[in-house]
Write a protein that binds this ligand. Structure first.
Ligand code: NAI
Length: 330
């Protein structure tokens, strides 16, 4: 198939080219993201390949339909950035990579917890400057702490297993409970109980109309004083301005985020020589107890291999009229 691959970085090209020898699709790479202003880039193609921050709203879909696009393939798991109703209406199939390496994201959530807790990022800089003091580096044992996990699908389940290994008490909330996790010691309860009792809360549910701003002023007022919140899922699960209030009040003790509600203007770009016009992230960056990573949870060799393999196979399935195992429907 002839495919316009949008929002590409050198690593996307490297991994897609590596596995395309098995498929022989015609891949044309564009740095630009896909949105209603850039659909012309896809003229002459049968399909597009997009990523987490491409804005595939109704306007974009109408334009893609006009130029004859038949398939939108997401090289990621989340699909909150696509208007599925519009895609169905205009007869454009949507596919994704439902699972590539849940461990990659789960392990990154743990990295955020350990860094925020044991402050190794600060020590690294201190020691390089010859400062071997321990002042202000006090952490806490994870052993026997209560960790609340919201969303125990593939990533949440991998995260639960790691935290059980640390000797934590793992409590969870999900619309469907996992028997497998219950058997290994995870205790399910209400969202209210989880928020009230957790020392660390980690978000692994998708962004939907139900979960948007799950952590707002009201939720922050109910967390344990000094609790840690980790978000490797989607930025808008947290109302950032309310998180800032909770940090200022010292109600929220630590915040570790790999995703941010306005990340599309920032993440995946080198803005080190630019003025950042986002006062919320600037405020967040000023807190000593906030750690931000730029959506790198998925970024391991194993995950990149699997993303490329599944993405290319999705096109082949479509092209050969095979069952669309990874189709996303409303
Ligand atoms: P999954 O579909 O396997 O699991 C999601 C779980 O959330 C399901 O068990 C579901 O029942 C639950 N859920 C849905 N609505 C809920 C609600 N209102 N309250 C509590 N639980 C709810 O998805 P997976 O693969 O575990 O991914 C989770 C999220 O992680 C994705 O939606 C995506 O946003 C994010 N992600 C982030 C990456 C990163 O690089 N930081 C990479 C990949 C995914």
């Amino acid at each position: 198939m002839k495919i316009a691959v949008l929002s590409t970085k050198p690593y996307d090209r490297e991994y897609l080219d590596k596995f395309n020898t098995d498929h022989k699709h015609e891949l044309v790479y564009f740095d630009a993201p896909l949105n209603s202003k850039t659909t012309n880039l896809a003229i002459g193609f049968e399909a597009v390949c997009v990523f987490v921050n491409d804005a595939i709203d109704k306007k974009t879909i109408v334009k893609l339909a006009e130029i004859g696009i038949k398939l939108i393939d997401l090289r990621c798991a989340g699909f909150n950035n696509i208007d599925l109703e519009a895609a169905a209406k205009y007869n454009i199939k949507v596919m994704r990579v439902p699972a590539y390496s849940p461990q990659a994201v789960a392990e990154h959530a743990v990295a955020l917890i350990l860094t925020l807790n044991r402050k190794t990022h600060k020590t690294y800089n201190r020691v390089r400057e010859g400062n071997f003091s321990l002042e202000n580096l006090t952490g806490f044992n994870l052993y026997e702490k209560t960790v609340g996990v919201i969303g125990t699908g593939k990533i949440g389940a991998a995260f639960c297993q790691i935290m059980l290994g640390f000797g934590c008490k793992v409590i969870a909330n999900d619309v469907t409970e996992s028997e497998k996790l219950i058997k290994i010691g995870v205790v399910y309860g209400t969202l209210g109980e989880l928020i009230k009792n957790s020392d660390i809360i980690s978000l692994h549910c998708p962004l939907t109309t139900d979960t948007k701003y799950l952590f707002d002023r009201k939720a922050f007022s109910k967390i344990k004083k000094g609790a840690m919140l980790i978000n490797t899922s989607r930025g808008a699960l947290i109302k950032t301005s309310h998180a800032i209030e909770a940090l200022k009040k010292e109600q929220l003790g630590y915040l570790g985020i790999d995703v941010y509600e306005q990340e599309e203007n920032l993440f995946f770009k080198d803005l080190s020589e630019s003025i950042i016009h986002d006062d919320l992230i600037e405020r967040l960056m000023a807190f000593h107890n906030v750690l931000i990573t730029p959506h790198q949870g998925f970024f391991t060799n194993e995950a990149l291999d699997q993303i490329a393999i599944t993405t290319l196979k999705n096109y082949t399935d479509f092209e050969q009229g095979l069952p669309l195992k990874n189709e996303v429907k409303q």
